[in-house]
Design a protein around this ligand. Sequence first.
Ligand SMILES: [Zn+2]
Length: 464
Amino acid sequence: METLLIINGIVVNADASRKAGVAVSNASIIEVGSINPKAYPGAAIIDAKGKYVLPGGIDPHVHFALPTSAGNSSDDFASGSRAAIAGGTTTFIDFVTPRRGQTLQDALDQRKAEAAGSLIDYKFHLGISEWNSDIASELEACFEKEKITSVKTYVAYRESIGISYDELEQVMEIAASAGKLVLVHCEDGEIIARKRDELLRLGKTRPCYHAASRPPEAEIRAVEKVIGLSAKTGCSVYIVHTSTAEAADAIASAKRSGLPVFAETCPQYLVLDEAVYDEGLDDYKVLPYVLSPPVRSAFDRERLWEGLSDGTFDTVATDHCPFNLYGQKDQGIDDFTKIPNGAGGIEHRFSLLYTFGVSEGRFNLNQFVKLVSARPAELFGMADRKGGIEKGYDADIVIWDPDAQGRISAEHHFQRCDTDIYEGFQIRGKPELVIVNGRIAFRNGKFENIDLKGRYLPDLNTVR
Ligand SMILES: [Zn+2]
């Protein structure tokens, strides 16, 4: 494999930035410092003058090819990982979501097969969709045998994959004794069922009522319960897609009291607000924003931004889960309960967070790297080889052009979806070049014809 030398750039890690060169060979970073090109005859030289050299992003929350009654989420592992690369993300964590009655091992094996088309490194959170003594022993067996560092649970969606708080407590006891992290989708299933039924009774079935069916209280109640369970069991918990100010406050206070509580939020909760659900909007305009939890008020949004700099949040993930407007989202145009929940974002995480976080002075580039790469690596067992530009680490590298400008649009995004919830957003900062496992995968807006993980990829630009 070709040796690459990145010279003249500013290397940015979570703890510090410095002017340094980076040498890459055989999928690893082999040197960081003052590189002498003469020591590497034949190496390809990449001049990163005026650019930042960042560790590739790790998105710890994505759903490629997620099966729903409206079909799979529209990005599969190939198209989704390709969009990830274009946005500066070189590793993702997806989910194993067993069907009720399916064994955990069977679900895990099935998901591994589905993920074979990925162009970048990945791992899985192991979902628990029902709870009984068989699942308990299967979970212990998976901890022994598989490289699983985290378990995913839902307290919403009780009719399909959600579990009760009592069952969650039992999951947490087992995870705590194995030293694993438990992720929780914190929206209280009972509150949602009550609100939903009330709206349907009143004939309020339009897409805009999705938000009213999942009020802030549903998240706040679940977050408080889960923090209580962490205190009781000693289990480390990671609260996914936090959307409200009060939940952020509860998380901050749990952290202050020393509980092993970790949390993420997502770009949709940072740059959008509840105006997208206005009753006066055409239903087709609202459908793309049907995701859970829904986006909240401008007040909540400001608290979430604070949480990125004050340490409330460990990570920014995307919960990438796009569905096409026509043929998928619009299956629920007359009944919001039938709209597949989710939206895409893996391609835009870096640019949105850089534009509205770093450029607007809310936090610096080191904090940016911490949120999008270093902390996800630490929390999910990859910190020995990912999350930083260090000798011996995987050569997943982004050369970031802080001056590049652009406009997000479904017309030219790489995500496979006919809409984009960030349509029209002006962004500053883009990946100029992305290296995946030691090979250049993306440069100046185009994919390079490369062989990742030993596979021949005839032309990435035509995978669509
Ligand atoms: Zn999710």
